[in-house]
Design a protein around this ligand. Structure first.
Ligand SMILES: [Zn+2]
Length: 108
């Protein structure tokens, strides 16, 4: 989810995102950012995925999300993640926050 338009559609204030390093490679910077467990920009839980958004008018900005938010905001058909894996992530997220989760599918 590093697309600026998608971030705006989710209500993210691009100017509020932390500036990201200007050059590649960014692997070390990304690893350090991930270790710091910054809050997910959508729900505030510790992030477990990081990326850099190229935002018009704001430059390169860090984008950090927790796994459930990453899965929920990744357009379908591009993840390569199975339904089973997605449901496992959702169940784990619900367990972590003590929420009751009922998943309804059209499969029998
Ligand atoms: Zn989140």
């Amino acid at each position: 989810m590093e697309d600026a338009d998608q971030l705006r559609s989710l209500g993210v204030d691009l100017s509020a995102l932390d500036p990201a390093p200007p050059q590649t490679p960014r692997w070390d910077a990304g690893t350090e950012r991930l270790k710091a467990r910054h809050p997910c920009l959508l729900c505030g839980q510790p992030s477990s995925a990081v990326g850099i958004a190229h935002t018009p008018g704001h430059g390169r900005r860090w984008v950090g999300t927790c796994m459930p938010c990453l899965v929920a905001t990744t357009p379908s058909g591009r993840t390569g993640v199975s339904l089973t894996d997605t449901l496992a992530v959702l169940r784990e997220a619900a367990r972590e926050v003590g929420a009751v989760l009922k998943i309804i599918t059209d499969e029998a």
